[in-house]
Ligand binder design. Structure first.
Ligand SMILES: Nc1ncnc2c1ncn2[C@@H]1O[C@H](COP(=O)(O)OP(=O)(O)O)[C@@H](O)[C@H]1O
Ligand SMILES: [Mg+2]
Length: 222
């Protein structure tokens, strides 16, 4: 993915426009882990929402696989959101009424490329990959924060995306679990995926191949 002079301006009623992204340039490749570091309000979530096709941009260019994002129709975008991107959020967003493996299965229900009878095994093998084989039938409230986040990471990989985007994934975790989550994200990257981690936690620097800093909507490499 490549963005060129990308800007996002929010207009709210008669208030002054918010320039959330100000002509940013960046490239994201497979097999690399990227950190996007910035203070609260800097524009981090806005940027990854645009990268993940969850939001539009105001001006500039966003190329995915040599296609301009704003030339994709809604069906193409929906298909990419499902198969190309996996998302992990600070607050996990697990369904409390579903067991760990059922939570991981959810994205598979909208992907007819994964056969019905393969979904459960796939969910369990993903949980195993993140050290949760003995937690597959636990409900979210029976799991620690670190375990819930690992379930959320497994779920983000359910449809085998090329890109994993994590928005402050360790924001609610203690130091030890934070390290574990970054290590697992690094593993995912070493398996050939593009991993983009948004954080205001400097520890992410120890894991990233490339670091972008964002400040008041401006992106830099220093
Ligand atoms: N939907 C929106 N409408 C108006 N302003 C928004 C909206 N989303 C974000 N903003 C503003 O854009 C700026 C960047 O926000 P955000 O990307 O959420 O920052 P971060 O994730 O780095 O904390 C902030 O000033 C925020 O208030
Ligand atoms: Mg944010």
């Amino acid at each position: 993915m490549k963005v060129k002079n990308l800007s996002k301006i929010f207009k709210v009623d008669d208030k002054e426009d918010v320039i959330a992204l100000d002509k940013i340039n960046a490239t994201f490749e497979k097999g690399k882990m990227y950190a996007i570091i910035g203070e609260s309000g800097a524009g981090k979530t806005t940027l990854i929402n645009i990268l993940g096709l969850l939001d539009d941009y105001t001006s500039g260019e966003y190329m995915i696989d040599d296609k301009l994002a704003d030339k994709l129709n809604e069906d193409e975008k929906a298909d990419m959101r499902m198969k190309k991107f996996g998302f992990v959020f600070q607050s996990y967003y697990l369904n409390p009424k579903l067991k760990a493996y059922e939570n991981v299965m959810i994205p598979m229900f909208i992907n007819n490329e994964i056969k019905k009878n393969e979904r459960k095994d796939k969910a369990i093998s993903l949980l195993k990959q993140f050290g949760l084989l003995d937690r597959v039938t636990h409900y979210p409230n029976q799991l620690s924060g670190g375990e819930q986040q690992r379930v959320a990471i497994a779920r983000a990989l359910a449809n085998d995306p090329e890109v994993l985007i994590a928005d402050e994934p360790t924001g609610n975790l203690d130091k030890e679990n934070e390290k574990l989550v970054f290590e697992y994200l690094k593993d995912i990257c070493n398996q050939g995926k593009c991993v983009i981690v948004v954080s205001h936690n400097m520890i992410v620097k120890d894991y990233a191949d490339k670091i972008y800093y964002i400040n008041k909507g401006k992106l830099s490499e220093k």
